[in-house]
Write a protein that binds this ligand. Structure first.
Ligand code: SAM
Ligand code: DTB
Ligand code: SF4
Length: 334
């Protein structure tokens, strides 16, 4: 061995889709065990973060996302509303904080914000931060200047999902491209804002699409700090809600959903993995398996943006049954 070979570090092998597929293919017990091991190395396994969502501007969105009740192309009967007042948003944030939430996520049904809305948006971010909550915004595509303003006012997280595999993207959304999504993610990163980026399963995608989706997230220039995994909520009047409502088998199988969470946990060990939409129709047992497999956050409250959510009472009961968030358990298990 010459000197150069001796000091050259072993090459870091790039993660490829085959590696991700191999994780999905593991026997379920093995996969969940490995995910739980990774989870314990980086997180308190008995702590689940609670986040609260608020729709600050509902409906009338120009995009044609096939899953979304808020698209102008959907016949969901949703009435479009204007951007909420800053004070009303902060009142909801105070309620969320009082109910035990740690993060406050504000969502707007926009293709992109208008510059004239940015003063109000920035005041919301500053007000939420001042309450001692982590702030998160999801407003659609951002220009450089808009991302810069959000960075300057101290936005903690920007949520912008890749949603599915690159090759499945245009089957779900045609009014923007995968590259548009990557461009906004780059702008957010460039301002030092934490990235919240995940997607939806149960949209009729194949296992290979789920592999491509998680591979895309894990191989971003930096992995997202926060990864929401949504199970499709089939809303009547949306393209996907209508296609899938008569096909019960199209609903994502619970075991496959837990596999998706487990693979996300293994691929992105330090990220928050959020069990997001779809929890209302999930059994307690499935949710418990998701926590075991590495889910470390949920949305609490009766409502997500426009659809229902497992309410706080139900969640408190589940947390009590599972002994979640009772004490600082790192010390207990050490
Ligand atoms: N307009 C912004 C955007 O698309 O980035 C922000 C709001 S949008 C509602 C945020 C995310 O919610 C979507 O990317 C999608 O992952 C999720 N979502 C929307 N409708 C859903 C549904 N019916 N079921 C599950 N997840 C959904
Ligand atoms: C995300 O990935 N899930 C949240 C949050 N980001 C903004 C939104 C879920 C929306 C579910 C459908 C609805 O309530 O309209
Ligand atoms: Fe608009 Fe976001 Fe809904 Fe797509 S997911 S229609 S961009 S609100």
């Amino acid at each position: 061995m010459n000197e150069i070979t001796a000091i050259t570090p072993a090459p870091v092998l790039a993660l490829d889709r085959g590696d991700v597929a191999a994780l999905f293919d593991l026997p379920f017990m093995e996969l969940v065990f490995r995910a739980a091991e990774v989870h314990r190395q980086h997180h308190d396994p008995n702590k689940v973060e609670r986040a609260t969502l608020l729709s600050i501007k509902t409906g009338g969105c120009a995009e044609d996302c096939g899953y979304c009740s808020q698209s102008v192309y959907a016949e969901s009967g949703l009435k479009a509303s204007k951007l909420m007042d800053v004070e009303a948003v902060l009142a909801a944030a105070r309620d969320a904080k009082a109910a035990g939430s740690e993060r406050f996520c504000m969502g707007a049904a926009w293709r992109e914000p208008k510059d004239r809305d940015m003063d109000a948006i920035c005041a919301m971010v500053e007000g939420v931060n001042a309450l001692g909550l982590q702030s998160c915004m999801t407003l659609g595509m951002l220009s450089d200047a808009q991302a810069q303003r959000l960075g300057e006012v101290g936005l903690d997280y920007y949520n912008h999902n890749l949603d599915t595999a690159p090759e499945h993207y245009d089957k779900v959304i045609t009014t923007r491209t995968w590259q548009d999504r990557l461009d906004t993610l780059d702008r957010v990163r460039g301002q030092g804002i934490n990235v919240c980026c995940g997607g939806i399963v149960g949209m009729g995608e194949t296992r290979d699409d789920r592999v491509g989706f998680l591979h895309a997230l894990a191989t971003l220039p930096e992995p997202p700090e926060s990864v929401p995994i949504n199970a499709l909520v089939p809303v009547p009047g949306t393209v996907l809600g209508d296609i899938l409502k008569d096909v019960p088998s199209a609903r994502i199988d619970d075991i496959e959903f837990v596999r998706t969470v487990a693979v996300a946990r293994i691929l992105m060990p330090t990220s928050v993995v959020r069990l997001s939409a779809g929890r209302e129709s999930m059994s307690e047992t499935t949710q418990a398996l998701c926590f075991l497999a590495g889910a470390s956050s949920i949305f609490t409250g009766d409502k997500l943006l426009t659809t229902g959510n497992a309410g706080s009472d139900q969640d408190s009961l589940l947390f009590a049954k599972l002994g979640l968030n009772q004490v600082e358990t790192r010390a207990v298990i050490a």
